[in-house]
Ligand binder design. Structure first.
Ligand SMILES: Cc1ncc(COP(=O)(O)O)c(C=O)c1O
Length: 392
Protein backbone atom coordinates (compact mmCIF):
# COMPACT_ATOMS: atom_id res chain seq x y z
CA UNK A 1 0.00 0.00 0.00
CA UNK A 2 1.35 3.41 -0.97
CA UNK A 3 1.26 5.72 2.02
CA UNK A 4 2.94 8.86 0.81
CA UNK A 5 1.41 10.98 -1.93
CA UNK A 6 3.22 11.90 -5.11
CA UNK A 7 2.73 15.67 -4.94
CA UNK A 8 6.20 16.98 -5.70
CA UNK A 9 7.29 20.37 -4.38
CA UNK A 10 10.97 21.19 -4.15
CA UNK A 11 11.88 23.45 -1.24
CA UNK A 12 13.94 26.37 -2.56
CA UNK A 13 16.25 27.72 0.12
CA UNK A 14 17.03 31.49 0.11
CA UNK A 15 20.74 30.90 0.64
CA UNK A 16 21.74 34.54 0.08
CA UNK A 17 19.47 35.55 2.98
CA UNK A 18 20.80 32.65 5.04
CA UNK A 19 24.31 34.18 4.85
CA UNK A 20 23.16 36.99 7.17
CA UNK A 21 21.87 34.62 9.85
CA UNK A 22 23.72 33.00 12.71
CA UNK A 23 23.75 29.23 12.29
CA UNK A 24 22.45 26.78 13.27
CA UNK A 25 18.79 27.77 12.89
CA UNK A 26 15.45 26.22 11.99
CA UNK A 27 13.86 27.28 8.74
CA UNK A 28 10.14 26.77 8.18
CA UNK A 29 8.53 26.83 4.75
CA UNK A 30 5.27 28.59 5.63
CA UNK A 31 3.70 27.86 2.26
CA UNK A 32 4.28 24.12 2.64
CA UNK A 33 2.90 24.18 6.18
CA UNK A 34 -0.26 25.91 4.95
CA UNK A 35 -0.66 23.51 2.03
CA UNK A 36 -0.21 20.54 4.37
CA UNK A 37 -2.82 21.93 6.75
CA UNK A 38 -5.27 22.49 3.89
CA UNK A 39 -4.73 18.95 2.60
CA UNK A 40 -5.25 17.40 6.05
CA UNK A 41 -8.26 19.54 6.88
CA UNK A 42 -10.06 19.07 3.58
CA UNK A 43 -9.58 15.27 3.61
CA UNK A 44 -10.77 15.08 7.24
CA UNK A 45 -13.72 17.37 6.49
CA UNK A 46 -14.98 15.03 3.81
CA UNK A 47 -15.74 12.49 6.57
CA UNK A 48 -16.56 14.96 9.36
CA UNK A 49 -13.45 13.95 11.36
CA UNK A 50 -12.00 16.28 14.04
CA UNK A 51 -8.27 17.11 14.04
CA UNK A 52 -6.29 17.99 17.16
CA UNK A 53 -2.70 18.90 16.32
CA UNK A 54 -0.18 17.07 18.55
CA UNK A 55 1.63 20.02 20.12
CA UNK A 56 4.50 17.76 21.19
CA UNK A 57 5.72 17.66 17.56
CA UNK A 58 6.48 21.39 17.44
CA UNK A 59 5.30 24.12 19.82
CA UNK A 60 6.97 27.08 18.13
CA UNK A 61 4.44 29.89 18.85
CA UNK A 62 4.13 30.90 15.17
CA UNK A 63 3.75 27.29 14.04
CA UNK A 64 0.99 26.90 16.62
CA UNK A 65 -0.70 30.13 15.52
CA UNK A 66 -0.73 29.00 11.87
CA UNK A 67 -2.16 25.60 12.79
CA UNK A 68 -4.80 27.18 15.02
CA UNK A 69 -5.77 29.57 12.21
CA UNK A 70 -6.35 26.52 9.98
CA UNK A 71 -9.09 25.42 12.38
CA UNK A 72 -7.35 22.61 14.27
CA UNK A 73 -7.84 21.69 17.90
CA UNK A 74 -4.84 20.74 20.05
CA UNK A 75 -3.60 17.50 21.58
CA UNK A 76 -1.46 18.24 24.64
CA UNK A 77 0.65 15.99 26.85
CA UNK A 78 1.54 18.43 29.62
CA UNK A 79 0.30 21.53 31.42
CA UNK A 80 2.97 23.51 29.60
CA UNK A 81 1.56 22.40 26.27
CA UNK A 82 -1.96 23.37 27.37
CA UNK A 83 -0.61 26.82 28.25
CA UNK A 84 1.20 27.07 24.89
CA UNK A 85 -1.94 26.00 23.01
CA UNK A 86 -4.14 28.50 24.88
CA UNK A 87 -1.57 31.28 24.32
CA UNK A 88 -1.67 30.50 20.58
CA UNK A 89 -5.46 30.90 20.66
CA UNK A 90 -6.61 27.27 20.53
CA UNK A 91 -10.12 26.96 21.94
CA UNK A 92 -10.17 25.09 25.27
CA UNK A 93 -13.10 23.03 24.08
CA UNK A 94 -10.92 21.64 21.28
CA UNK A 95 -8.06 20.61 23.60
CA UNK A 96 -7.46 16.99 24.55
CA UNK A 97 -4.94 16.16 27.27
CA UNK A 98 -3.08 12.83 27.30
CA UNK A 99 -0.08 11.67 29.33
CA UNK A 100 0.75 8.78 31.60
CA UNK A 101 1.88 11.07 34.45
CA UNK A 102 -0.33 14.11 34.82
CA UNK A 103 0.61 16.19 37.87
CA UNK A 104 -2.15 17.63 40.07
CA UNK A 105 -1.52 21.19 38.85
CA UNK A 106 -1.84 19.99 35.26
CA UNK A 107 -5.16 18.29 35.94
CA UNK A 108 -6.34 21.39 37.79
CA UNK A 109 -5.35 23.56 34.82
CA UNK A 110 -7.38 21.37 32.48
CA UNK A 111 -10.36 21.52 34.85
CA UNK A 112 -10.10 25.31 35.32
CA UNK A 113 -9.92 25.86 31.55
CA UNK A 114 -12.76 23.38 30.85
CA UNK A 115 -10.79 21.48 28.23
CA UNK A 116 -12.72 19.10 26.01
CA UNK A 117 -11.30 15.83 27.28
CA UNK A 118 -8.68 14.17 29.49
CA UNK A 119 -7.26 11.00 27.93
CA UNK A 120 -6.82 8.91 31.06
CA UNK A 121 -4.27 6.15 31.32
CA UNK A 122 -4.78 4.39 34.72
CA UNK A 123 -7.09 3.79 37.68
CA UNK A 124 -4.98 5.89 40.12
CA UNK A 125 -5.12 8.78 37.67
CA UNK A 126 -8.92 8.49 37.49
CA UNK A 127 -9.16 8.53 41.29
CA UNK A 128 -6.94 11.61 41.65
CA UNK A 129 -8.85 13.39 38.89
CA UNK A 130 -12.17 12.59 40.57
CA UNK A 131 -10.92 14.10 43.85
CA UNK A 132 -9.55 17.22 42.16
CA UNK A 133 -12.75 17.70 40.16
CA UNK A 134 -14.88 17.20 43.29
CA UNK A 135 -12.89 19.90 45.10
CA UNK A 136 -13.88 22.32 42.34
CA UNK A 137 -17.44 20.99 42.08
CA UNK A 138 -16.68 20.15 38.44
CA UNK A 139 -16.98 17.10 36.23
CA UNK A 140 -13.95 15.93 34.25
CA UNK A 141 -14.79 14.59 30.81
CA UNK A 142 -12.52 11.64 30.08
CA UNK A 143 -11.67 9.20 27.34
CA UNK A 144 -9.93 5.99 28.37
CA UNK A 145 -6.64 5.47 26.58
CA UNK A 146 -6.64 1.82 25.61
CA UNK A 147 -3.71 -0.30 24.46
CA UNK A 148 -5.21 -1.99 21.45
CA UNK A 149 -2.23 -4.37 21.15
CA UNK A 150 -1.76 -3.56 17.51
CA UNK A 151 1.79 -3.80 16.19
CA UNK A 152 2.66 -0.50 14.52
CA UNK A 153 5.76 -1.89 12.73
CA UNK A 154 7.75 1.18 13.72
CA UNK A 155 10.84 1.88 15.84
CA UNK A 156 10.65 0.35 19.34
CA UNK A 157 11.07 3.78 20.97
CA UNK A 158 8.02 5.18 19.19
CA UNK A 159 5.65 2.24 19.33
CA UNK A 160 3.05 2.73 22.04
CA UNK A 161 0.01 0.48 21.61
CA UNK A 162 1.37 -2.77 23.04
CA UNK A 163 0.86 -4.41 26.44
CA UNK A 164 4.42 -3.86 27.61
CA UNK A 165 4.39 -0.12 26.88
CA UNK A 166 3.90 2.25 29.81
CA UNK A 167 1.02 3.98 28.05
CA UNK A 168 -2.68 3.31 28.31
CA UNK A 169 -4.95 0.72 29.86
CA UNK A 170 -4.58 -2.89 28.74
CA UNK A 171 -7.66 -4.54 27.26
CA UNK A 172 -7.73 -7.19 30.00
CA UNK A 173 -7.94 -4.45 32.66
CA UNK A 174 -10.79 -2.54 31.06
CA UNK A 175 -13.56 -4.24 33.04
CA UNK A 176 -11.99 -3.30 36.37
CA UNK A 177 -11.49 0.29 35.17
CA UNK A 178 -15.16 0.50 34.21
CA UNK A 179 -16.17 -0.85 37.63
CA UNK A 180 -14.10 1.88 39.31
CA UNK A 181 -15.57 4.50 36.98
CA UNK A 182 -19.10 3.58 38.07
CA UNK A 183 -18.21 4.79 41.57
CA UNK A 184 -16.56 8.08 40.59
CA UNK A 185 -19.10 10.90 40.74
CA UNK A 186 -17.03 13.68 39.20
CA UNK A 187 -15.86 11.83 36.11
CA UNK A 188 -17.87 11.54 32.93
CA UNK A 189 -16.75 8.91 30.44
CA UNK A 190 -17.17 10.37 26.96
CA UNK A 191 -14.92 8.25 24.79
CA UNK A 192 -12.00 6.01 24.01
CA UNK A 193 -8.52 7.02 22.92
CA UNK A 194 -5.88 5.05 21.02
CA UNK A 195 -2.40 5.82 19.72
CA UNK A 196 -0.42 2.90 18.36
CA UNK A 197 2.86 4.62 17.51
CA UNK A 198 4.56 7.21 15.39
CA UNK A 199 6.15 7.36 11.91
CA UNK A 200 3.92 4.62 10.50
CA UNK A 201 4.59 4.27 6.79
CA UNK A 202 2.10 1.48 6.16
CA UNK A 203 -1.63 1.77 6.54
CA UNK A 204 -2.33 -1.84 7.58
CA UNK A 205 -1.77 -1.21 11.32
CA UNK A 206 -4.47 1.50 11.18
CA UNK A 207 -6.82 -0.99 9.55
CA UNK A 208 -6.02 -3.49 12.33
CA UNK A 209 -6.73 -0.73 14.85
CA UNK A 210 -10.19 -0.15 13.33
CA UNK A 211 -10.99 -3.87 13.62
CA UNK A 212 -9.85 -3.93 17.25
CA UNK A 213 -11.90 -0.86 18.14
CA UNK A 214 -15.01 -2.26 16.45
CA UNK A 215 -14.77 -5.46 18.52
CA UNK A 216 -14.17 -3.46 21.67
CA UNK A 217 -17.17 -1.20 21.08
CA UNK A 218 -19.37 -4.25 20.45
CA UNK A 219 -18.25 -5.65 23.84
CA UNK A 220 -18.95 -2.33 25.54
CA UNK A 221 -22.40 -2.17 23.95
CA UNK A 222 -23.18 -5.42 25.81
CA UNK A 223 -22.55 -3.43 29.02
CA UNK A 224 -24.89 -0.79 27.59
CA UNK A 225 -22.01 1.60 27.09
CA UNK A 226 -22.21 3.67 23.91
CA UNK A 227 -19.32 6.11 23.65
CA UNK A 228 -19.71 9.20 21.55
CA UNK A 229 -16.03 10.05 21.00
CA UNK A 230 -13.43 7.78 19.41
CA UNK A 231 -9.92 9.21 19.16
CA UNK A 232 -7.52 7.29 16.92
CA UNK A 233 -4.43 9.33 17.93
CA UNK A 234 -1.67 10.23 15.48
CA UNK A 235 1.12 8.31 13.83
CA UNK A 236 0.99 8.94 10.08
CA UNK A 237 4.58 8.92 8.84
CA UNK A 238 6.49 11.13 6.43
CA UNK A 239 9.13 10.40 3.77
CA UNK A 240 12.45 11.28 5.41
CA UNK A 241 14.44 9.93 2.45
CA UNK A 242 12.81 12.02 -0.23
CA UNK A 243 11.06 15.12 1.14
CA UNK A 244 10.98 16.92 -2.22
CA UNK A 245 9.10 14.07 -3.89
CA UNK A 246 6.70 13.64 -0.98
CA UNK A 247 6.31 16.93 0.87
CA UNK A 248 2.69 16.30 1.87
CA UNK A 249 1.59 12.97 3.35
CA UNK A 250 -1.27 11.14 1.71
CA UNK A 251 -4.02 12.22 4.09
CA UNK A 252 -6.63 11.03 1.56
CA UNK A 253 -5.60 7.35 1.82
CA UNK A 254 -5.04 7.67 5.56
CA UNK A 255 -8.52 8.93 6.42
CA UNK A 256 -10.11 6.61 3.85
CA UNK A 257 -8.72 3.59 5.74
CA UNK A 258 -10.69 4.70 8.80
CA UNK A 259 -13.76 5.59 6.76
CA UNK A 260 -13.74 2.19 5.01
CA UNK A 261 -13.03 0.15 8.13
CA UNK A 262 -14.76 1.97 10.94
CA UNK A 263 -18.48 2.67 10.55
CA UNK A 264 -19.44 5.69 12.63
CA UNK A 265 -22.51 5.26 14.86
CA UNK A 266 -25.19 7.94 14.98
CA UNK A 267 -23.99 10.88 17.07
CA UNK A 268 -20.43 9.52 17.29
CA UNK A 269 -17.49 11.90 16.71
CA UNK A 270 -14.15 10.70 15.36
CA UNK A 271 -10.93 12.45 16.40
CA UNK A 272 -7.29 12.32 15.29
CA UNK A 273 -4.07 13.75 16.73
CA UNK A 274 -1.61 14.22 13.85
CA UNK A 275 1.77 15.73 14.71
CA UNK A 276 4.68 14.75 12.48
CA UNK A 277 2.52 14.51 9.34
CA UNK A 278 1.49 18.17 9.78
CA UNK A 279 4.83 19.84 10.55
CA UNK A 280 7.58 17.36 9.68
CA UNK A 281 8.33 18.31 6.10
CA UNK A 282 8.03 22.09 6.38
CA UNK A 283 11.08 22.43 8.64
CA UNK A 284 14.81 22.18 7.98
CA UNK A 285 17.76 22.62 10.30
CA UNK A 286 20.30 24.89 8.61
CA UNK A 287 23.87 24.52 9.72
CA UNK A 288 27.34 25.61 8.61
CA UNK A 289 30.36 23.41 8.02
CA UNK A 290 32.99 24.17 10.64
CA UNK A 291 35.67 21.77 9.45
CA UNK A 292 36.24 18.94 7.04
CA UNK A 293 38.47 16.52 8.90
CA UNK A 294 40.36 13.78 7.15
CA UNK A 295 40.69 10.82 9.53
CA UNK A 296 42.83 7.82 8.63
CA UNK A 297 39.80 5.80 7.48
CA UNK A 298 37.04 8.40 7.12
CA UNK A 299 36.30 11.96 6.14
CA UNK A 300 34.17 13.90 8.59
CA UNK A 301 32.03 16.93 7.85
CA UNK A 302 31.82 18.67 11.22
CA UNK A 303 28.77 20.91 11.51
CA UNK A 304 27.94 23.68 13.93
CA UNK A 305 24.62 21.87 14.63
CA UNK A 306 24.57 18.79 16.82
CA UNK A 307 22.10 16.60 18.62
CA UNK A 308 21.26 19.61 20.76
CA UNK A 309 19.35 20.92 17.71
CA UNK A 310 18.27 17.60 16.15
CA UNK A 311 18.27 14.64 18.49
CA UNK A 312 16.31 12.15 16.40
CA UNK A 313 19.33 10.39 14.84
CA UNK A 314 21.00 9.95 18.26
CA UNK A 315 17.73 9.06 20.03
CA UNK A 316 16.26 6.53 17.63
CA UNK A 317 18.66 6.06 14.74
CA UNK A 318 16.51 8.27 12.54
CA UNK A 319 17.95 9.44 9.28
CA UNK A 320 17.39 12.86 7.71
CA UNK A 321 18.24 13.83 4.16
CA UNK A 322 21.35 16.04 4.26
CA UNK A 323 21.98 18.55 1.47
CA UNK A 324 24.92 20.84 0.81
CA UNK A 325 23.24 24.08 -0.31
CA UNK A 326 26.43 25.65 -1.68
CA UNK A 327 28.52 22.98 -3.42
CA UNK A 328 27.98 21.44 -6.86
CA UNK A 329 31.30 19.60 -6.91
CA UNK A 330 31.56 15.84 -7.57
CA UNK A 331 30.42 13.66 -4.68
CA UNK A 332 32.56 12.21 -1.93
CA UNK A 333 31.79 9.92 1.01
CA UNK A 334 31.53 11.55 4.46
CA UNK A 335 30.34 11.00 7.99
CA UNK A 336 28.36 14.08 9.02
CA UNK A 337 28.75 14.87 12.71
CA UNK A 338 28.08 17.64 15.19
CA UNK A 339 30.33 19.43 17.69
CA UNK A 340 28.84 17.92 20.88
CA UNK A 341 31.17 15.97 23.15
CA UNK A 342 29.38 12.65 22.69
CA UNK A 343 30.09 9.91 20.12
CA UNK A 344 26.36 9.62 19.47
CA UNK A 345 26.45 13.14 18.00
CA UNK A 346 26.43 11.83 14.46
CA UNK A 347 23.82 12.68 11.81
CA UNK A 348 24.86 10.20 9.12
CA UNK A 349 27.64 7.74 8.29
CA UNK A 350 29.14 7.10 4.86
CA UNK A 351 26.82 9.33 2.87
CA UNK A 352 27.50 10.94 -0.47
CA UNK A 353 27.72 14.74 -0.54
CA UNK A 354 29.19 17.09 -3.11
CA UNK A 355 32.79 17.85 -2.13
CA UNK A 356 32.33 19.99 0.96
CA UNK A 357 34.31 22.90 2.40
CA UNK A 358 34.39 24.95 5.57
CA UNK A 359 31.72 27.69 5.60
CA UNK A 360 29.23 25.94 3.32
CA UNK A 361 25.59 25.71 4.32
CA UNK A 362 24.04 22.32 5.03
CA UNK A 363 20.31 21.59 5.27
CA UNK A 364 19.08 18.72 7.41
CA UNK A 365 15.67 18.15 5.91
CA UNK A 366 12.34 17.03 7.42
CA UNK A 367 13.22 18.67 10.73
CA UNK A 368 9.84 20.28 11.43
CA UNK A 369 8.72 17.63 13.91
CA UNK A 370 10.42 16.53 17.14
CA UNK A 371 13.40 18.79 16.43
CA UNK A 372 13.08 22.39 17.66
CA UNK A 373 10.84 21.18 20.48
CA UNK A 374 13.51 18.71 21.62
CA UNK A 375 16.40 21.18 21.45
CA UNK A 376 18.58 21.30 24.55
CA UNK A 377 21.34 23.45 25.96
CA UNK A 378 23.68 20.55 26.64
CA UNK A 379 27.35 21.70 26.52
CA UNK A 380 26.00 25.17 27.51
CA UNK A 381 24.90 25.80 23.96
CA UNK A 382 22.42 28.52 22.96
CA UNK A 383 18.99 27.52 21.77
CA UNK A 384 18.79 28.31 18.05
CA UNK A 385 16.50 30.82 16.35
CA UNK A 386 13.66 29.86 14.01
CA UNK A 387 12.86 31.72 10.76
CA UNK A 388 9.88 31.50 8.44
CA UNK A 389 10.03 31.69 4.64
CA UNK A 390 7.38 34.43 4.45
CA UNK A 391 9.07 36.65 7.05
CA UNK A 392 12.70 36.48 5.87
C1 LIG B 1 -0.95 10.37 22.41
C2 LIG B 1 -0.28 10.87 21.18
N1 LIG B 1 -1.03 11.44 20.23
C3 LIG B 1 -0.46 11.92 19.10
C4 LIG B 1 0.89 11.83 18.87
C5 LIG B 1 1.45 12.39 17.59
O1 LIG B 1 1.99 11.38 16.84
P1 LIG B 1 2.58 11.72 15.38
O2 LIG B 1 3.51 12.85 15.51
O3 LIG B 1 3.24 10.45 15.01
O4 LIG B 1 1.40 12.02 14.50
C6 LIG B 1 1.70 11.20 19.81
C7 LIG B 1 3.14 11.01 19.55
O5 LIG B 1 3.79 10.10 19.92
C8 LIG B 1 1.10 10.70 21.01
O6 LIG B 1 1.84 10.12 21.95
Amino acid sequence: MQLISAISMKTIFPTAKFQQLRTPFYYYDTDLLNKTLQAAQSEADSYGYHLHYAVKANANPRVLAIIRAAGFGADCVSGGEIQAALAAGFAADKIVFAGVGKADWEINLGLDKDIFCFNVESIPELQVMDNLAAAKAKTACVALRINPEVDAHTHAHITTGKKENKFGINLDQLDSVLDVLDRLKNIKLIGLHFHIGSQLTELEPFQALCERVKTLLADLAKRNLHLENINFGGGLGIDYDNPNAHPIPDFGSYFKIFHDNFPVAAGQQIHFEPGRSIVGQCGSLISKVLYVKEGSVKKFVILDAGFTELIRPALYQASHLIENLDSHEPEETYDVVGPICESSDCFAKDIQLPQTQRGELIALRSAGAYSEIMASQYNCRQLPMAYFSDLL
